[in-house]
Every structure is written in C-alpha cells, then in structure tokens.
Write a protein that binds this ligand. Sequence first.
Ligand code: AMP
Length: 178
Amino acid sequence: MKICVYLGASMGEDPLYAKAAEQLGTMIARTGNELVYGGSRVGLMGILAESVLRAGGAVTGVEPQFFIDSCVQHEGLTKLIATKDMAERKQTMIALSDAFIAFPGGTGTLEEISEVISLNALGRIQKPYVFYNLNHYYDPLFAMFDRMQEQGFVTRENRSRIRQAQDLDGIRAALGIA
Ligand code: AMP
C-alpha cells in the first residue's frame, strides 16, 4: 500500500513528535508499505522520510517546483515528482496514495487532510484516512468536528468516517495495515 503522510514542515516544540515520526516511518517500511509525502528534507517531514529509507522502504516525494528551486527537497528519495503548484501537488498525492495519515502539523497539514475528508464525504474517492492524535494534539479539532455535526453542518455518517488513533496499533487498525 502507498501511504501518504501529511505532517509539519517544522519540528514542533516537544521532542516526542520527532521520535513518533521516526517510529511511524519505521513501521511503514517494516510492514512492506511505501511512503508518499511532501518531498521536503526539513522538520518532521525530513525525519519521517529518513526513517522509511533507513528501514529499507520506498519513498515518493511530491514537491512543487518553487520548493525545489529553493532547495528544500530531500535528495535521497526513491522518487521525486515535481508539480507546478501546491494544488497540483495535493491532487498528485491523493491520486498516488491508497491511504492517508494526518500526523501533528500546522495549517498545511490541516489543508491537505481536509481535502481528503471532503473528497471522501462527496464520494469522489473512497480511501481510508486517520488522524494520528499523538498526545491529544488533535482533541480541539475533534471537538470542532463534533460541533459541526451537532449544528447540522456535517452528517452523522460523514462525522463517523473521521477517525483518530492514539498510537501505531490504532493507525494500523484504521488503515488495515497487517
Ligand atoms: P505545515 O503543517 O503547515 O507545517 O505544512 C506541512 C504540509 O504542507 C506538508 O505536508 C507539506 O506538504 C506542505 N509544506 C509546508 N511547508 C513546506 C516546506 N517547507 N517544504 C515542503 N512542504 C511543505
């Protein structure tokens, strides 16, 4: 399976994020899956890609040309795909991948996973996704999803599709990784 991970381009305050990104990458490779991600070598993105490669896994990076022009791309990837802009990057990552993980990150991560949620809700794709709710990072967002349902902006069915996992076993269960 090609697993797309969205995650912070920075490291986050707590060293726990880097450690968990490394463990996630190792798990993806050791279970015989491939990583699709944003292609950068900075922050948690770089840690994740390194850990997959170190464990013998394949990594595809999908990077807009303007990031490549400013040299933030990881040079050792199995494959690097250049896109013309961020919109094409998101589309390419979604088309290439079989499943999605939102690791802790910022607005970029939120934007990317939101598109996956919406496309699933609209029936345009049917691909599993899960939030990695490490250390309750995403609790406030899940409170917001509940509020969206309560207030009639998200159906019960679509709300129930937005799932979270607290650890790697939960991620594997949510995405069907053996
Ligand atoms: P953020 O969560 O705001 O740190 O943004 C991370 C997400 O946005 C990643 O999954 C990337 O796809 C994209 N992104 C944001 N900043 C960068 C960067 N400097 N290099 C590569 N991708 C980035």
